[in-house]
Write a protein that binds this ligand. Sequence first.
Ligand code: NAD
Length: 459
Amino acid sequence: MTAIPNIISAQKAFFKTGKTIAISERLKYLKALKNEITTHEQAIYDALQKDFKKSEFETFISEFGLVISELNLAIKNLKKWSRPKRVTASILTFPSSDYIFYNPYGTILIIAPWNYPFLLAMEPLIMAIAAGNTVVLKPSELTKNTSQLLTDIIENVFPKDHAIAVQGGVETATTLLSQKWDYIFFTGSVPVGKIVAQAAAKHLTPVTLELGGKSPCIVDASIDLKLVAKRLVWGKFLNGGQTCIAPDYVIIKAEIKQNFIEILKAEITKVYGENPKTSADFPRIINTKNTKRLAEMLKNVSIIFGGNVDENENYVSPTLIDEPSLESAVMCEEIFGPILPILTYETETDIENIIWHFEKPLALYVFSKEKIFVEKLLNKFSFGGGVVNDTLIHFGNHRLPFGGVGHSGMGAYHGKWGFDTFSHKKPIVKRGTWFDPTLRYAPYKGKLKLMKKLFKIFT
Ligand code: NAD
């Protein structure tokens, strides 16, 4: 493997040749990437199965399918997206034609997590390439099979000075972060996000941070609890609960809690069977360290369903916890596993007290038919994005910007939002030369009154 500083200087030199700029070149590579990924469809399913027993169905809906959709979208729209956009000129710059140019930043570092190892590496890479940049991708060291496959796919499509995957763990990431980049796109945990932000600040490098947090799910008494259970169990236990926007905990109206718990238990059993360990659809925890971390969360709390852990197989069963204190381990950090604490509320102040106890979450879900109640929650709290009467699905609409706020991250992507993220929006004014009033030029004497009048009329 070439030394990291050499990879970057080669990419910077390549960028300066202008070869990444031509739209025809960008399209050529996006099409080649789509072809390569499509050819490897089965290999992608196999890699995810080996890494943490993720089923083919879940890999299709949450990784492969979304990556192909993003590629199709970029291929279809690239010409339109990258064209300079004309905006209405200001009378103060008259005569002029004013534009926004979409310029690539240059050489981009993408650091990806393990939990959706194919999607969260490929999706930013696609839009960074579409926007005309070069890319160094560091996939997660925890999903060896998927990361190797990603590396091979990228190597088969791109020259190294255009895009490359560099595998490795913390040491490699640290070396990468010590270099000077034109943009850094990081997906991962809050503590590492802070390290990335510090490294970026050293060189004033713009950065997107896609982080995590404790995403609440509020349920009131106005809604069909069977439907809530179906949608909540799907969103919570998909990927073994290892989803950045998974509902972290439930806050339910106290009077319906007991009934809801019974419905939830029945739904989990219906979906994963009496013994979820034998279900082909229930993934494993990524490694022993995380399995132990989750096992610790199950100590000194009231487990009302599940709670089975097998550290040898990195298995934690779908688990429900009854009213843990906000100081208990399970409520002190993002759970990131198949454990669902159930808290209750009597008044809206109870909901506020719980949500404001934590940093701004990446997502918020509310199940309710009470429009006023829903609107209040959506407007009162600051969170990355949300869904009313379902979970997770806002991730699937490329027209919506996806990202966090505060501790759950900064910046956003998906679809055109991703193209925008990797493009510098450069304002350009093309000034006419046929008319040049003397008003703005010195000497200013006697001109201020007219200038004030013009500002009043035209601004
Ligand atoms: P992580 O922060 O441990 O690792 C992410 C990446 O950072 C990996 O490539 C890893 O090698 C690298 N890394 C680890 N330690 C580092 C260090 N000290 N310096 C530099 N780089 C380092 O996160 P993870 O465990 O892979 O993923 C889980 C976390 O990611 C959760 O918090 C989850 O909420 C979050 N996440 C967020 C999103 C999102 O879109 N907002 C998506 C997926 C996951």
